[in-house]
Design a protein around this ligand. Structure first.
Ligand code: NBG
Length: 855
């Protein structure tokens, strides 16, 4: 990490005081000799009636919040409401747990450093079928459900697609009755809150827990100890075998916080268990009494920093010690938790029948040597036995192709923080390279290429390679991405183990992103084809014939308009923006990254503006469009921040210029998050998915838009490829180079300046930005963006510019024919059922996990 932290020395354990509360896993499963008959009866939820709900709600308000309704604050009311909903789900949760213990089925343990959950209340009401009851019950108390819903601060425990995918997956598994436990980190501060000051991004801490979190249940008594630092030591055990032990230097406690993950209307509730770090020793009383308060709590601060904040980056590694601590912290807690949960007599040789640990990207890969360490050092297995078990317990999902996003931990750091794990990694590597040598004798280059240990630029552990060696399967997240993984990034490994490399195309949950986010469209669909589509999304196909039904098209357009109005109302309150509802809504929302090419979108907008204001095109000939951006830039990513500034600057000028009034409007509401996505996506007409081909692993926003009836303009990248194949070329605006063309251009030598010089529209567009027109006449403000594009342009925006503009003209022509456009939009919905995360989960189960549902 940047500022060096001196490790805290191992606290000496204090003898337990007599009144120490009992802690630890031994408390689980105690048999009580005598018990009241009520305790033996199944736990029942409160009655599913308005009165039942009112009673439960008031009880929560009075006893838990300790206030009378007449004196309660809105946060009291929200908290009591959340607890009420929780109480309805608890019975099912306990029942799910009981069944699980009884049958011991194989479970999925999803290991993910991020879960971008979104608000919980609406989703849980939906899952428990409580919407109507809650609405009426609250109304009877003089309260409004919508108002209380807006009180919830979303848990932003993820950066973008990867974290949101994890949230969709656990929703699907619960809905499909598949045993799953999600493991992750309870960050005290999630993804930063984005604000704009003079158009520039300013980050604020996301104190999402400030008013409490009614959805989590902490279990401090079940805390797990996690060790760090120190050294290892060899010794001979009683049987004369040589063994190693880890003499760690310091430790922290991981406290589990349980969160319910309810299935949709099926009575199953799985668990998401997030770990919070706590100091093993709160503070040093002697130092405190001597008056050095800062020093007295140093150890505590140090320990608790581990789960303090989410790393605000998702596409480049942060070589930060704290991040490695976070990673090890949560996987060590999780593996220990899972193993302990199997009971004291469990034979670990059977672990692969009980669990598959799915590694969500490289962040949790340190779990592999951790399981080895437990088996070798704590449970006395020999190496081959331990590897036989470990090699069956993990599978790895890769979410990127950008080389800089594949984590490599410096050997130096890893050895300092986790010395025993480094030894184990070395041994795994030695045995693995032996295998490579057998397969390709004398191919020394290949040995170097495949080694888990990189030698340059410094010695480092390539976590993706470790995952590829240990995992039973390695999957990419869309067909093109998986193919590129196999053919390029992990090609040597795919040659060694061709069957290991598979594809599972991403998906999104229709519960949150259709049923909850888009009630207008959902009701229309249910009226047309019945309610079954919510858990069987391929049934949307039944809508296809209705694309030719003018009545249905009208109803569909009415739903779209209603969604625009809903969005306008939200943006008015949220951002003071007045969104036109009669223009094409053209939306680009995703993390800000150069490869995603927000600049290309911006160049399109500026080119339209330039052509109108210079008189080359009549304003009346331009299709009225409202462009909406939503994007956070990683705080340390300078170019991304320049681009945000430029988007805001262009928006300001365009929105105030009477020459383009009623034609072009540009909005960039700050702090795009799941809550805003739920309003924005259903209202969109056009979905912008314009990354450079071969760069976007999959995308999941693209799927959400298509399912909500937006038509896509996109490159042949990520899951766009599959969307286009399914919805058909007539209903998807494809443009730009293909991946092989991108590679060929790169190999030949890409010179962006040539495009600038030869395309007059591009030239005048860039010149206008360079002139200072959007920066009060100061050409220096956006010089870094312009010169980066003209001189470097790593993601080839200029090369795709003219194709993009041409495709946008096709969009305009199609949009002018309302019937044709609506038909395309409906067919996008009807043909995108494949992109349900339920289908992704079925693919994972069939191709990787082999975990049957438990009914
Ligand atoms: C992201 C990709 C997206 C993909 C999501 C989910 C990372 C490292 N990768 O294209 O950029 O949709 O993962 O798979 O966040």
């Amino acid at each position: 990490m940047s500022e060096s932290v001196s490790p805290v020395s191992a606290p000496t354990p204090l003898p337990p005081a007599d009144e120490s509360p009992a802690v630890g896993p031994h408390l689980r499963g105690v048999e009580f000799p005598q018990t009241h008959p009520l305790a033996l009866a199944p736990v029942t939820p409160p009655p599913h009636t308005v009165d039942g709900f009112v009673r439960e709600f008031l009880h929560e308000l009075n006893t838990d919040q300790g206030v009378a309704l007449s004196r309660s604050s809105i946060n009291d009311q929200y908290t009591a409401l959340a607890h009420t909903v929780r109480n309805y789900l608890t019975a099912r949760w306990l029942e799910t747990g009981r069944k699980q213990r009884e049958t011991s089925p194989k479970s999925v343990a999803y290991l993910s450093a991020e879960y971008l959950l979104g608000r919980q209340l609406g989703n849980n009401l939906l899952a428990a079928d409580l919407n109507e009851v809650a609405e009426k019950a609250l109304r009877a108390c003089g309260l409004n459900l919508a108002t209380l819903r807006s009180q919830e601060v979303e848990p932003g425990l993820g950066n973008g697609g990867l974290g949101r995918l994890a949230a969709c997956f656990i929703d699907s598994l619960a809905t499909m009755n598949v045993p799953c436990i999600g493991y992750g980190i309870r960050y005290e501060y999630g993804i930063f809150r984005q604000t704009f000051v003079d158009g520039e991004q300013v980050e604020q801490a996301d104190s999402w827990l400030a008013l409490g979190n009614p959805w989590e249940i902490p279990h401090p008594e079940a805390a797990v100890q996690v060790n760090f630092g120190g050294e290892t030591e060899k010794y001979t055990d009683d049987d004369g075998a040589e063994r190693t032990r880890w003499l760690s230097e310091w430790n922290v406690r991981g406290v589990p916080y349980n969160i319910m993950v309810p299935g949709y209307l099926n009575g199953r509730v799985n668990t998401l268990r997030l770990w919070g770090a706590q100091a093993t020793q709160a503070f040093d009383l002697t130092i405190f009494n001597a008056g050095d308060y800062a020093q007295a709590v140093r150890a505590q601060t140090f320990a608790e920093n581990i789960s303090k904040v989410l790393y605000p980056e998702d596409s480049t590694p942060q070589g930060k010690e704290l991040r490695l601590q976070q990673q090890y912290f949560f996987v060590a807690c999780s593996i220990r938790d899972f193993i302990d949960g199997q009971g004291p007599d469990f034979d670990l040789r059977q672990l692969p029948e009980r669990v598959i640990f799915q590694l969500n990207d490289t962040h949790p890969v340190i779990a592999v040597p951790e399981l080895m360490r437990i088996l070798l050092d704590e449970r006395g297995f020999d190496w081959d036995e331990a590897w036989a078990i470990t090699g069956k317990c993990f599978a790895y999902t890769c979410h990127t192709l950008l080389p800089e996003a594949l984590e490599v931990w410096s050997v130096d750091l890893l050895g300092r923080l986790l010395p025993r794990h480094l030894e184990i990694i070395y041994r795994i590597n030695n045995e693995f390279l032996e295998r490579v040598r057998e397969a390709w004798p004398d191919d020394y280059l290949r040995l170097g290429r495949m080694s888990i240990i990189a030698e340059y630029p410094e010695r480092g552990v390539r976590m993706a390679y470790l995952a590829a060696v240990a995992g039973i399967k390695v999957n990419g997240v869309a067909e093109l991405h998986s193919q590129l993984l196999r053919d390029n990034v992990l090609n040597d490994f795919a040659e060694l183990w061709p069957d290991k490399f598979i594809n599972v195309t991403n998906g999104v949950t229709p519960r949150r992103f259709m049923k909850l986010a888009n009630p207008h469209l959902s009701d229309l669909i249910t009226d047309a084809i019945g309610p079954g589509w919510v858990t069987d999304l391929e049934r949307l196909q039944e809508l296809a014939p209705l694309a030719d039904d003018s009545e249905f098209r009208e109803a569909f357009s009415a739903a779209k308009l209603a969604n625009k109005v809903r969005l306008r109302d939200r943006l008015r309150v949220r951002d003071g923006i007045d969104l036109p509802t009669d223009a094409m809504l053209d939306v680009m929302v995703k993390r800000l990254h150069e490869y995603k090419r927000q600049t290309l979108k911006l160049l399109h907008i500026v080119s339209l503006y330039e052509q109108i204001t210079s008189g080359k095109v009549a304003a009346a000939d331009v299709t009225p469009r409202t462009f909406v951006f939503g994007a956070k830039a990683a705080p340390g990513y300078r170019m991304a921040k320049h681009i945000i500034h430029l988007i805001n600057a262009v928006g300001k000028v365009v929105n105030e210029d009477p020459q383009v009034e009623g034609r072009l409007t540009v909005f960039f509401p700050a702090n795009y998050n799941v809550t805003l996505a739920e309003r924005l996506i259903p209202a969109a007409d056009l979905s912008e998915q314009i990354s450079l081909a071969g760069m976007e692993a999959s995308g999941t926003g693209n799927m959400k838009f298509a399912l909500n009836g937006a038509v896509t303009i996109g490159t042949d990248d990520g899951a766009n490829v599959e969307i286009r194949k399914l919805v058909g070329d007539d209903h998807f605006f494809l443009f730009g180079m293909t991946e092989p063309e991108v590679s060929a251009l790169g190999a030949k030598g890409y010179i962006p300046g040539e495009y600038y010089e030869s395309d007059p529209v591009l030239k005048s567009t860039l010149d206008l930005i360079a002139s200072g027109h959007f920066s009060d006449g100061d050409p220096r403000t956006f010089e870094p963006v312009v010169s980066n594009l003209v001189a470097n342009d790593r993601f080839m925006a200029l090369a795709d510019f003219s194709a993009y503009l041409e495709a946008q003209k096709r969009v305009d022509a199609h949009y002018a024919d309302t019937d044709a456009w609506t038909r395309s939009a409906i067919l996008n919905v009807a043909r995108s059922g494949f992109f349900s995360s339920d289908r992704s989960m079925r693919d994972y189960i069939k191709r990787i996990w082999g975990t049957p549902p438990v009914l």
